[in-house]
Write a protein that binds this ligand. Sequence first.
Ligand code: GAR
Length: 306
Amino acid sequence: MKKGIAPGQALQPRLQAGVKTDSLEIAVHLDGSVGTPGPAQSKAIANLNEEINRCWSGIEPMQHPIDDNLESLKTQCIGQAIEIGVDGRQDGEMGHEPNPALTDTSQHKPDDHAPLRLGLMASGNGSNFEAVARAIEAGSLNAVIKLLVVNNPGCGAQKRAERLGIPCSVVNHRQLTNRESLDRELVRQFQAADVEAIVMAGWMRIVTSVLIAGFPDRLVNIHPSLLPSFRGLDAIGQALAAGVKVSGCTVHLVTEDLDAGPIVAQSAVPVLPGDDNASLAERIHEQEHRLLPMALTELALRWRQG
Ligand code: GAR
């Protein structure tokens, strides 16, 4: 099997041509790109997410240079077309063989590295925070949550932390004079908790260079759209208003440009007729809860391998 994966590389997917599905119909073109079905080149994906997750489940982190992984395994939203980096295998199948280390936690062998010391930030419900905590508990993410910081006292994330027994601190931005002083307090608390990397798991405040410089290249965000589409607030509402047929979620590193840092991982979901903010959010959340722990697993290996 060829180990490197090139975006746009020719592929021979194991998809049935012309199958109508209740989800998406997209074309897999001969050059490997995926877009609007064409008469000769179109094939249907019964479940796009299944395909994407197959790609993800096949990641062999110890065998690929991490930068190649990040470059090739991300899905990219280019207008309404999605390009999925996959491995062109000799047997013509698409993707990799499932990697038990990532897909079957009963077979998971913890890596030799010390657990990644994570800090998390959340503003609301906290379901992504809990997804990270559950992945750690299940042994699929070699990490420890040293501290959760919330900015809204009594929010769902805080309650989840209490239930899960994870240290949680409230930094109420309303009691601070500006964004920089909020970020200074975050850096202070995360450094005191000996955190190596920070995950913004539903953090609804714009961060400044104070936080970014405090944890250079170690600040991770999850955003509910296929970036670079629909940056900023209410990404799901923006996607619905634009009438896109595909949306999703993105894990990326945080830079000073809002929602524009290097993409680590993406997952796509269909936008179905009749979708409203709640129904699309639910579909995206389901993917976020899978994607964020997977992306952190990748990043942990990258950081540990130096
Ligand atoms: C998630 O959908 C996350 O992508 C989004 O907030 C939600 C938090 O949900 N983040 C942003 O919009 C950041 N711009 P949760 O509190 O249930 O994890």
